[in-house]
Design a protein around this ligand. Structure first.
Ligand SMILES: NC(=O)c1ccc[n+]([C@@H]2O[C@H](COP(=O)([O-])OP(=O)(O)OC[C@H]3O[C@@H](n4cnc5c(N)ncnc54)[C@H](OP(=O)(O)O)[C@@H]3O)[C@@H](O)[C@H]2O)c1
Length: 201
């Protein structure tokens, strides 16, 4: 898909990898970027940087664990700025703990943001992409879903499915889906990409 003139929604856009992806998409010629995270002030700061590059932005302060609010937001966004051509799922939480020090609420938070929040948003947007027969969805996952890390005991359960979900989703969607796993920061050049598309099925 040529991204020039297209609309993208990026979650986790208030900082870190999501912000970096948003800025790069702006430089590549995206027409509008919809920036999603909870912190409205930080989103506004990122939006100002992107608008300085001549790209339209919309900020949406949203907690992805609140599925009703996500539902309402997607309907509003699609009505006002749709269609959305590219969804980048980058919002995430990662607690640093050994298994014995970890607490159930940490695992619950990681599952509800990284996995279920991603699912809620992706499901809503994918349905609309299917009806327009156009769209790309990128999940930012982690090598920690595949590699054991003694200090990140609760992180693998939400990360691992993000590697495999695109393989399952792609059978139901008209276009390519990709899983992207950054394993070293702050160096986007060192990302390891796993992609899955119809030709592999
Ligand atoms: N950093 C790494 O080395 C690394 C390596 C592998 C994978 N990853 C994955 O890459 C993704 C981004 O990592 P990062 O380092 O950029 O993380 P980060 O700097 O901590 O940023 C996380 C982003 O997610 C948003 N977020 C968190 N909880 C949210 C919620 N409930 N609803 C909506 N947005 C929420 C945060 O914004 P608000 O706080 O404003 O909501 C923020 O924009 C994560 O999924 C992470 O697991 C990172």
């Amino acid at each position: 898909m040529k991204i020039q003139g297209k609309v993208a929604l990026i979650t986790g856009a208030s900082r870190g990898i999501g912000k970096a992806i948003a800025l790069e998409l702006a430089k590549q010629g995206m027409k509008r970027l919809i920036l999603v995270a909870r912190d409205r002030q930080k989103l506004a700061e990122v939006a100002a940087q992107i608008e300085a590059l001549g790209v339209e932005t919309t900020i949406m302060a949203l907690d992805l664990t609140h599925s009703i609010n996500v539902n309402i937001a997607v309907a509003q966004l699609w009505r006002s700025y749709g269609p959305i051509h590219l969804l980048v799922n980058c919002a995430g939480v990662a607690h640093q703990n050994s298994f014995l020090q970890s607490k159930l609420p940490q695992l619950q938070e990681e599952l509800s943001v990284n996995l279920m929040g991603m699912y809620t948003l992706t499901n809503l947007i994918a349905k609309r992409m299917v009806s327009q027969r156009q769209g790309i969805i990128v999940n930012v996952s982690s090598l920690m879903g595949k590699v054991a890390a003694p200090t990140m005991a609760t992180f693998p359960p939400p990360s691992l499915p993000l590697w495999d979900l695109p393989r399952h989703y792609v059978k139901n969607l008209p276009n390519t889906m990709s899983a992207l796993s950054p394993y070293s920061l702050p160096s986007p050049k060192q990302t390891w990409c796993v992609t899955c598309n119809h030709s592999e099925e």
